[in-house]
Write a protein that binds this ligand. Sequence first.
Ligand SMILES: *Cc1c(COP(=O)(O)O)cnc(C)c1O
Length: 368
Amino acid sequence: MAIEYAQRIRRIPTYPVAAGYDLGADVAMLAANESHWPPAAEVVEAAAAALRGVHRYPDPAYAPLREALSARYGIPSSRIALGNGSCDILLAAGEALLEPGAEVVYAWPSFSVYAHLAAASGARAIEVPLDGEDRHDLAAIAAEVTVATRLVLVCNPNNPTSTSLPLDELDAFLAGVPQHVCVILDEAYCEFSLRLGDPYASLGLLARHPNVVLLRTFSKAYGLAGLRAGYALCGTDTFRTAVDQLRQPFYVNAAAQAAAVEALRHQDEVERRVVATVAGRQALADGARQLGLWVAESDANFVWIRVHDAADDRAAEHEAAVVAGLRERDVLVRAGASLGRAGYLRVTVGSERDHERLLAGLEALLPH
Ligand SMILES: *Cc1c(COP(=O)(O)O)cnc(C)c1O
């Protein structure tokens, strides 16, 4: 007899994990949209100081982190949800909002975790194709909202296609979504967005649309992916209480809390890294375009590159060969096929040297 698991274990897709964490030091890690800069020394010291007290549980009220976020964004603590990475909040939102008979609407391709939410809950997933320029098609998404809809997910800028939408379009879209529907704007990359301008730009949406949740993370611009800390700025405190009710009490560990609080004190450093990343993404996109490749207009810390000819019906095969060839050159990127669209690569902005290695690899591997 084998162990019998719940139905949903057969439905939930396996997260497409990035490879390469077992490789040596000299690898261009361009597959997971991490920061290629280590955390600031003060941030490391804050985490280390927290380790000296880990015989105690972490602060269950998360007071310093909540207060630091509240002060920064002018949102009351009662409307700030925290999580073991923002994915933790996403999964809890799925549990809090979805069940059989309910519907969740999101664009596709978009963040791979979204597909998990319906599968885990038994709700119906409605995946709305991106438009011709790989952006969210808000009119098509709005058309899918019904009385059964509980949750709409909008990833802005979108992972994996790197594209973004202007706030006025989102605002008009939100005005048409009924108030009983929770809309999570996944802003994991908002700090890199020139279109948004700054991470305060979207806060006005919360005041106008209390059913909105802005999902943010310390994993990307703040460079703390390995510690796991994320947060959500919520239009209403019921979202926060619902996601807290579902989870274990200690969902952000003590080192992560301390590091996140300290990281928020170093906005100048964050800003410098963002500026360098934006310059890097332009250089990377230009380099790929010089090889004759189409690159989406990126507003994030990664670029989305088409590596197959539109007439080629073997896009997946071709893409897999390019990904494998890059890997042999110790350059790790993400294959579009694992993210919902074959024939593309998602490449994180890295160092200049990482980009040189990637572009040299692409030049050697692509047909001329
Ligand atoms: C990276 C990412 C996240 C953040 O995940 P964490 O759990 O906070 O590390 C959330 N949404 C999207 C779209 C992402 O790409």
